[in-house]
Design a protein around this ligand. Structure first.
Ligand code: ADP
Ligand code: MG
Length: 334
C-alpha cells in the first residue's frame, strides 16, 4: 500500500466566530472575535488514520466541520488532492459530500428515529443515485451492515434505532458513512457516549475500515490514551493551534511539547511498562476570546520561559515530519 498519497490537507486554516461577551462590570455585551481554529496545517494520507487530540474547546469539532464544508473558513485553504475545496458551489458540494463522511459522537441523534435501519443506509445511496434499483441498494446496505459487524444483516434491516444498543447504533452510523465509498471519513469523539466495554470494538472497526478500504481517516478524541492505540499519526491541539504532530509512536516517546507531556501524564495508562510521574498541569484552558500573549500555553506551562510570554512560537521540524510549536526547540532566543 502506498502510504504517501495525500488525500486531504489544510494550509493555515482558520475559523473565527463573532461572539458576544460581557467584560468585567460592564452591563452591555460587546462583540468579540473567538479564534476557534487559528492557522492549522494538517494532512492525512491514503490508508492512514490521523488522531486529533486536545482538551474540550480546543477546536477539534470546528476543524472537522471545516474539513467537511459545514463551516466556511475565515482564512487558509483545504486541499482535497490538488483541489482547493474551501469555497465550493452548491453543485460541487453535493459531489464532495459523497467523498467525505462524518461519524458523530451520539449515534442516537445522528440516526433518524423514524427510519428503519435499511432506510437509513439506503437513503444516501438514493440521494447520490447509486445502485440501479431498490433491490441493488438493499443488497448494498446488507453487505455494509455485515462488514460493520451486524451479522446476520437480515436481523437488523427492519429494526428502528431505539431497538438497538448504543454500540450497534454506532455501527449503523459507520455503515451509513461507508456505503458511499468515501475518500475520507472523520469520526468526532465516536465512542465517548458508549459504554467503556464496547469502545475498543468500535474503534477497531473504524480503524480496519480505514486500512482495508484505503481511506484517509481522522479520529477525534479528548482522550490521548485512546488515540495512541488507533492512529498512525497524531495532531495535538491547544486553543486553536496544532502544537505537536507526527508519527504517533514518536509523539508518545518524545513528547516534545509540554502540553503533550501533560496530556500523557494525566491519561490513564494501561501499559504498566511505561511509568510516568503524575505531575499534571493545573487550571483550565483559557477562553479563546482572550488568548494569552506570546505562546498561548504559557500560563499553564511548567517550562515557561521569559520569551514565551512575549512571542508566539514558530513551528519547528524535529525531523521525520515531527513538528512542534514551542520555544524550547526554536532558535528565536534573544
Ligand atoms: N458556532 C459557534 N459559535 C461561536 N463559538 C463557537 C461555535 N462553535 C464552536 N465555538 C467555540 O469555538 C471553540 C472550539 O470549539 P470546538 O471546535 O467545539 O472544540 P472541541 O471540539 O475541541 O471541544 C470553543 O471555544 C467553542 O465555544
Ligand atoms: Mg468537540
Amino acid at each position: 500500500m502506498d502510504n504517501n498519497v495525500r488525500v486531504i490537507e489544510t494550509k493555515n486554516l482558520r475559523k473565527e466566530f463573532n461572539v458576544k461577551v460581557k467584560r468585567d462590570d460592564s452591563k452591555v455585551k460587546e462583540v468579540a472575535t473567538l479564534k476557534a481554529v487559528d492557522g492549522i496545517n494538517i494532512y492525512v494520507n491514503q490508508g492512514e488514520t490521523l488522531g486529533v487530540v486536545g482538551e474540550s474547546g480546543c477546536g477539534k469539532t470546528t476543524t472537522a466541520k471545516l474539513l467537511l464544508g459545514l463551516h466556511t473558513p475565515t482564512g487558509g485553504k483545504i486541499l482535497l488532492g490538488d483541489n482547493d475545496i474551501s469555497h465550493l458551489t452548491k453543485k460541487e458540494m453535493k459531489h464532495f459530500r459523497r467523498r467525505a463522511q462524518m461519524i458523530f459522537q451520539d449515534p442516537y441523534e445522528s440516526l433518524n428515529p423514524r427510519f428503519k435501519i435499511k432506510d437509513t443506509i439506503m437513503e444516501p445511496l438514493e440521494i447520490h443515485g447509486i445502485g440501479i434499483n431498490k433491490e441493488e441498494r438493499y443488497q448494498m446496505a446488507k453487505k455494509i451492515l455485515e462488514e460493520s459487524g451486524l451479522k446476520p444483516a437480515d436481523q437488523f434491516m427492519e429494526r428502528f434505532p431505539h431497538e438497538m444498543s448504543g454500540g450497534q447504533r454506532q455501527r449503523v452510523a459507520i455503515a451509513r458513512a461507508l456505503v458511499l465509498s468515501p475518500d475520507f471519513i472523520i469520526a468526532d469523539e465516536p465512542v465517548s457516549m458508549l459504554d467503556v466495554s464496547i469502545r475498543a470494538g468500535i474503534l477497531k472497526l473504524l480503524r480496519n475500515m480505514i486500512t482495508t478500504r484505503n481511506l484517509a481517516g481522522i479520529i477525534i478524541s479528548h482522550d490521548i490514551s485512546l488515540i495512541r492505540y488507533i492512529s498512525d499519526r497524531t495532531a495535538v491541539m491547544y486553543l486553536g493551534k496544532v502544537v505537536e504532530q507526527g508519527n504517533t509512536e514518536e509523539i508518545i516517546e518524545k513528547r516534545y511539547h509540554p502540553y503533550t507531556e501533560a496530556l500523557l501524564e494525566a491519561a490513564p495508562n494501561p501499559d504498566p511498562e511505561l511509568k510516568f510521574s503524575l505531575k499534571k498541569i493545573t487550571g483550565e484552558a483559557p477562553n479563546p476570546v482572550d488568548l494569552p500573549t506570546g505562546c498561548r500555553f504559557h500560563p499553564r506551562c511548567p517550562k515557561c520561559m521569559d520569551i514565551c510570554k512575549r512571542m508566539e512560537p514558530r513551528e519547528v521540524d524535529m525531523g521525520n515530519g515531527h513538528r512542534v510549536l514551542c520555544h524550547l526547540y526554536s532558535e528565536d532566543g534573544e
